[in-house]
Write a protein that binds this ligand. Structure first.
Ligand SMILES: N[C@@H](CCC(=O)N[C@@H](CS)C(=O)NCC(=O)O)C(=O)O
Length: 218
């Protein structure tokens, strides 16, 4: 069997997602900590984004596609349910998180702390203030979604949960979003429960280079 390579720096939430998938399936892999927009990534992802995967002749970009491959190419517990309704609900939550929560709301907020683009490197307050009401609404949506079973889909840990937890981890460590998550009791319980899961902990990234922790002052 050729070596499975996950390509991308571990601090990327989507690199973390595909690594959780590998740990859940007990698929051994090598992590190549490559930055976005480098020649190796540009050769795989048309927009230069991480993660990417290489496995023999198989070369893939996009976390959802990579997780699909890991799920179907290897034995081990299914990452996504195989039943039609649960399978569709898993896709539904991955889509909501990826196209609304992550890219439109959570990512600009997290970037405003870690990559603020301000002259003095301090957090980008205008971006933070703009995203706060949207974050509040999306946390309320997620709180309702996990209230009944403690999972996004049914009563088991699926790819929908794997896809959300890394971004939730970063938000939990930032000032305003951390307070908001803790105010949503079901979401906070969901976060604490699943962050303790072995696959999630084993793939936990180190803080960004030059930092000693994930927490940031407001
Ligand atoms: N839809 C992509 C999103 C990947 C993504 O946004 N990756 C970030 C790191 S977490 C990245 O490469 N950012 C660089 C950029 O957008 O220029 C996926 O699911 O893999």
């Amino acid at each position: 069997m050729p070596e499975l390579q996950i390509i991308g720096v571990p601090q990327s939430n989507y690199v973390w997602v595909v690594r959780i998938a590998c740990h859940e399936k007990r698929v051994p892999y090598t992590l190549l900590p490559v930055m976005p927009h480098t020649p190796e990534i540009d050769a795989i992802h048309a927009l230069g984004k991480i993660p990417a995967l290489r496995h023999g002749d198989v070369v893939l970009a996009e976390s959802r596609a990579i997780c699909c491959y890991i799920d179907h190419a290897f034995d081990g517990p299914p990452l996504a349910p195989r039943f039609p309704v649960e399978s569709a609900l898993t896709e539904q939550w991955i889509s909501i998180v990826n196209t609304h929560f992550d890219v439109l709301v959570a990512r600009p907020y997290v970037r405003a702390y870690f990559f603020p683009g301000t002259a003095d490197g301090t957090p980008n307050r205008p971006v933070i203030e703009t995203t706060l009401p949207k974050l509040e609404a999306q946390f309320a949506m997620l709180d309702r979604a996990v209230a009944e079973t403690g999972h996004l889909v049914g009563d088991r840990f699926t790819l929908a949960d794997m896809n959300l937890l890394p971004m939730l981890f970063y938000l939990h460590h930032l000032p305003e979003s951390g307070v908001m998550v803790r105010r949503n009791a079901s979401l906070e319980a969901y976060y604490e429960r699943h962050m303790a899961r072995v696959s999630v902990k084993d793939a936990l990234p180190p803080p960004f280079p030059g930092r000693t922790s994930w927490s940031v002052e407001g």
